[in-house]
Design a protein around this ligand. Structure first.
Ligand SMILES: Cc1cc2nc3c(=O)[nH]c(=O)nc-3n(C[C@H](O)[C@H](O)[C@H](O)COP(=O)(O)OP(=O)(O)OC[C@H]3O[C@@H](n4cnc5c(N)ncnc54)[C@H](O)[C@@H]3O)c2cc1C
Length: 523
């Protein structure tokens, strides 16, 4: 908790440059994976399944595996069911018979932070020690050239040791989706004489302190709505004591109705790429919701999934402050003044005890890292999302593609037809990073084309890819009765290319893919 004007960056420390860290030569490995978050761990797990002999070194700044879940607030749960999250080889929701015996529906289980950290610890402990080595509390410096493309170096965060390793196959950059949570990001504007709390601090403060304070919640994403629910439900704060700064209203997926992002992609395609029309259809079906969509139509679609009970609680807060972005917060005895940009009037808050600002305005997973090629070179792979969230399935699919590349079983000839490239990396470079809810219709439809590219390149027979997805718990296709509909959706995209304003190059690619996807018609 901070009562502060000091907004120094308090991010995880960069390894100090010390003159003579002890050098440790680790010899060689096949893959050096940077990051031990959800994306990297899903990648490594599938890599170990696909390449039984490969040796992997994993490096992370954190002391334990789990990435952003290590820093997240205690009361966070997955927004969507655990059944599609984690790694391929281990269920996150637990053993189904045991859950059912306890009257719990496995497909409704949503893991807590504690469960996620325990799960990732068990996953890592279960991998063969002679194949995977972990280096926690270590940092890899992407800006530093060491031994060409092959010899890499990373440093213990306390600066005591520097490790070098020769990488036989690829460096895997698993930090592109690095998620920044409020406890890692100071507020980006001046704050004086006001208590600033992160969601983690709310838990630490407990009921007694919270009871007497007025709260100003900043941020309307998943963290913001979680904090509102925690204040009202767990800390029993009256909604009258909460003000909520919502600079942009966001569309959220409704937990009871939504199956995931594929529904948005499908609705967008059905609406010929017209976002507003697609969102209207989803709103009418109760698949997307907003705080007050009739009077304040959301402008953004974020990753949040919200339950009906949570939305009902959130709507109890009446003081929703829609005045744009906050530029300054100044406190004084028993009061606070909040200033906004665009000449909006300031907000005055009064409380005998004082006002607490709950900081929920970190960028989360929305960073600028998506303009990075995935199959960047024959020595580096960048783990970016290729299809709809969760990120875990994308990472597993990339591990399959990378393994097929290494085994020489990719459909290189089709890759050549598709891209003109003569190398596997050249053909694979056609896969792009996908940012969910970008706001650009052509980008929002990318997952359909990318899924077709993945199926087409993985093997000469696209049914092999489908079989792999069906066998992978991270894929929606593992849910019995789910249809891929890739041929049908792609055919729709080809037919609607004018309305969708598909570029001539992409239209050509989609036509070529459609021919290959014919094998999956009706599946
Ligand atoms: C509150 C919240 C709830 C969420 N809920 C969901 C959900 O329900 N479902 C969902 O699909 N997604 C959810 N997300 C999105 C979440 O970002 C992803 O699910 C996933 O955790 C991201 O994993 P990642 O591996 O890409 O990034 P991270 O988890 O951030 O992992 C990146 C790792 O890289 C390490 N690292 C970074 N730089 C270096 C370096 N130079 N050297 C060494 N290590 C380095 C970091 O220490 C970190 O451990 C949520 C996000 C938030 C903030």
């Amino acid at each position: 908790m901070q009562n502060t004007t000091d907004h120094q960056n308090n991010d995880t420390p960069i390894a100090p440059e010390i003159d003579n860290p002890a050098s440790v030569d680790l010899g060689s490995c096949d893959y050096l994976v940077i990051g031990a978050g959800a994306a990297s761990l899903a990648f490594v797990d599938t890599l170990l399944i696909e390449q039984p002999a490969c040796r992997v070194v994993v490096v992370d700044k954190h002391a334990v595996p789990g990435g952003q879940w290590v820093d997240a607030y205690d009361f966070v749960h997955l927004h969507q069911p655990s059944v599609l999250y984690g790694v391929q080889s281990k269920q996150l929701e637990g053993w189904w018979p045991s859950l059912l015996l306890r009257g719990k529906l496995p497909w409704k289980h949503r893991a807590s932070r504690e469960e996620l950290l325990d799960y990732y610890a068990r996953v890592c402990a279960g991998w063969p020690k002679d194949r995977v080595q972990f280096f926690f509390d270590c940092e890899y410096d992407f800006t530093r050239e060491v031994g060409g493309d092959r010899v890499h170096r990373f440093i213990q965060l306390d600066g005591s040791q520097a490790f070098t390793v020769e990488v036989g196959v690829k460096l895997v950059n698993g930090i592109l989706g690095e998620c920044k949570v409020p406890s890692q990001c100071p507020l980006p504007f001046p704050v004086s004489d006001v208590q600033v709390m992160t969601p983690n601090d709310l838990v630490a403060s407990g009921r007694r302190e919270a009871k007497w304070t007025k709260f100003l919640v900043l941020g309307a994403g998943k963290t913001g709505s979680d904090a509102i629910v925690y204040l009202l439900h767990d800390l029993k704060i009256s909604p009258d004591d909460v003000s909520w700064v919502v600079s942009n209203d966001v569309w959220m997926l409704a937990r009871e109705k939504a199956l995931g992002w594929t529904q948005f992609t499908q609705a967008l395609l059905d609406a010929d790429g017209d976002r507003a029309q697609a969102l209207d259809a989803l709103l009418a079906d109760g698949i997307v919701v907003g705080l007050d969509p009739v009077h304040h139509r959301p402008s953004k679609l974020r990753l949040s999934i919200i339950g009906r009970d949570e939305l009902t609680l959130a709507r109890q807060v009446k003081d929703i402050v829609r005045r744009g972005r906050v530029t300054k917060i100044e406190g004084s005895v028993g009061a606070a003044e909040v200033s906004f940009d665009d000449d909006q009037p300031p907000l005055q808050m009064r409380s005998e005890v004082g006002v607490a600002v709950v900081h929920c305005a970190s960028p989360g997973p929305f960073n600028d890292n998506t303009n990075v090629d995935i199959f960047a070179s024959d020595t580096q792979l960048n783990l970016n999302q290729i299809i709809v969230p969760p990120v875990c399935c994308s990472s597993a699919m990339l591990a399959m593609l990378e393994s097929a590349r290494r085994a020489g079983t990719l459909d290189s000839e089709f890759g050549r037809t598709l891209t003109g490239a003569t190398t596997a990396e050249g053909a694979l470079s056609v896969l792009k990073a996908y940012t969910p809810g970008s706001g650009e219709s052509d980008h929002d439809l990318l997952p359909i084309r990318q899924l077709a590219i993945w199926l087409a390149l993985l093997d000469q027979n696209p049914k092999k890819g489908l079989a792999k997805l069906k066998a992978n718990r991270l894929s929606l296709m593992s849910i019995p009765g789910t249809k891929l509909k890739i041929y049908e959706n792609l055919a729709d995209m080809v037919a609607k290319s004018a309305a969708l304003r598909t570029t001539p190059e992409d239209a050509e690619m989609e036509k070529a893919l459609l021919v290959k996807m014919e094998a999956l018609k009706g599946r």
